[in-house]
Design a protein around this ligand. Structure first.
Ligand code: ADP
Length: 291
């Protein structure tokens, strides 16, 4: 004889969540889609290691798109070490809210920025959060921020393959994919392979590998010195069968622009700017400013 028990609508469903939980998840999903469907392209910038210039690359990609007349959002999901507000000279900027959500910081007309740093009372406050809290804030950055209609959302993720890139990959399944930034030395290349495999696992296309800090031209003798080696990024991209976007030289003006928050004033050397434009050409859907 088979025994039966009454259906419990609170708990009986295949996903193991209660009906109210399921309804909330569906509501969240609709809110997320409502916002993100207004954004045509979503590109994440990833790296295996910190300090290889990932935020610099993300900020320059956003700037080049802005200069090409695109509406751009730059989202910093580096919860523990946000550096985008410093780079764009907006540190300490207060956020405002309307009935539709949180307003991103608009550094120029059509160039919007959001970062956890705007929510901290003091820039030296550490954020001591575990995975679920990071998931929630990243979801809020996508759902509650009034991005409006954008051509591109560029996402600056912390290095590695932890909670933040995993969260954004789960929330933005329709992203165009990821640009992976590395320097040429073996110790950085080893970690960037993990990043590429991460993209394969979450079904994100690898848009390409960018080798940063690749060669330095001495201002005194005009000789190129390969401080962090050169060519390692290209070789690894070939081995892993993903596109190689190009190399960005070491340019001391990048450091000055980052420290002074003036990167958007194009203080980098013309050859550095050209290297960025050439590298992004195959990734972005527009005539780049140098065309
Ligand atoms: P990440 O996001 O990978 O931690 P950042 O973009 O914050 O790295 O860059 C780390 C430091 O290196 C910053 O001081 C930045 O100005 C500098 N930097 C990045 N790219 C270059 C480059 N091509 N030439 C010189 N300095 C660079």
């Amino acid at each position: 004889m088979t025994t039966s028990k009454p259906v419990n609508h609170q708990t009986d469903n295949p996903s193991g969540t209660t009906i109210p939980q399921q309804l909330q998840q569906e509501k969240d999903q609709i809110a997320l889609l409502k916002r993100t469907s207004q954004i045509k392209h979503k590109i994440a910038v990833l790296s295996g290691k910190g300090g290889v210039g990932k935020s610099t690359v993300a900020a320059n990609l956003a700037l080049i798109l802005h200069e090409a007349g695109k509406r751009v959002g730059l989202l910093d999901i580096d919860i523990h070490g946000p550096s985008i507000p410093q780079l764009v000279g907006m540190e300490g900027h207060a956020l405002h809210r309307t009935e539709n959500g949180i307003l991103p910081v608009e550094i120029f007309d059509g160039f919007k920025v959001m970062s956890i740093a705007f929510l901290l009372k003091n820039r030296d406050d550490p954020v001591i959060w575990r995975g679920p809290m990071k998931y929630n804030i990243i979801k809020q950055f996508l759902t509650d921020v009034e991005w409006g209609e954008l051509d591109y959302l560029i996402i600056d993720s912390p290095p590695g393959t932890g909670d933040e890139p995993l969260t954004i990959a789960q929330l933005l399944k329709d992203a165009d994919g990821a640009i992976v930034v590395t320097t040429a030395q073996q110790i950085a290349i080893n970690d960037v392979r993990k990043c590429i495999n991460f993209c394969h696992k979450v079904n994100w296309p690898v848009l390409g590998v960018l080798e940063n800090m690749s060669g330095f031209v001495c201002p005194h003798c005009s000789q190129q010195v390969d401080i962090f080696k050169t060519g390692g990024g290209k070789k690894m991209a070939q081995e892993m069968n993903v596109p190689f976007l190009g190399s960005i030289p070491i340019d001391p003006n990048i450091v000055i622009a980052g420290d002074d928050g003036t990167f958007f004033k194009n203080v980098v050397k013309p050859e550095t700017y050209k290297a960025f434009v050439d590298a992004f050409k195959t990734v972005i859907d527009c005539d780049t400013p140098a065309d």
